[in-house]
Design a protein around this ligand. Structure first.
Ligand SMILES: [Cu+2]
Length: 134
């Protein structure tokens, strides 16, 4: 095999790898459930409550009776992912709306990351909303 053939083979192999990578990325399943922030700002003083809505994106229907089993509140949006603060689930004040009491320790943007299970849905639903603490 001369060097030109070797090069052609290498290029063909690389093209195959790139194609596979692109197809894999495009076919990765996207969750049909989306968390969005109802509350986008909280005060540093007093009780800070954040409401988050969970909807089925295609129909826009609120998702009731989700079990939020994991929560995290951190300053990742302001490049301080290791700075965390307390977050406590407070139930559901309205259909598809989930309430959390948070305790931001610094002014700035905070990420509330949630993991949930919904009856009849096999996969875990995860999402992150950003709230600003003033
Ligand atoms: Cu911080």
């Amino acid at each position: 095999m001369n060097s030109l053939q070797a090069l052609a083979r290498a290029v063909a192999r690389l093209a195959a790898i790139v194609t596979f990578a692109l197809l894999s990325a495009c076919s990765a399943p996207k969750s049909p459930y989306v968390f969005t922030a109802v509350t986008t700002e909280v005060a540093m003083t007093g009780e800070a409550v954040v409401d988050v809505r969970l909807v089925h994106e295609a129909t826009g229907k609120p998702v009731e009776n989700a079990v939020i089993f994991e929560t995290r509140f951190d300053m990742a949006p302001d490049s301080m992912a290791s700075m965390t603060a307390p977050v406590e689930a407070q139930g559901s004040p309205a259909p598809g709306v989930y309430r959390f009491k948070v305790g931001p320790t610094m002014k700035g943007r905070w990420a509330l990351t949630l993991s949930a299970k919904v009856h009849g849905v096999a996969e875990t639903i995860t999402g992150t909303v950003v709230v600003a603490a003033h």
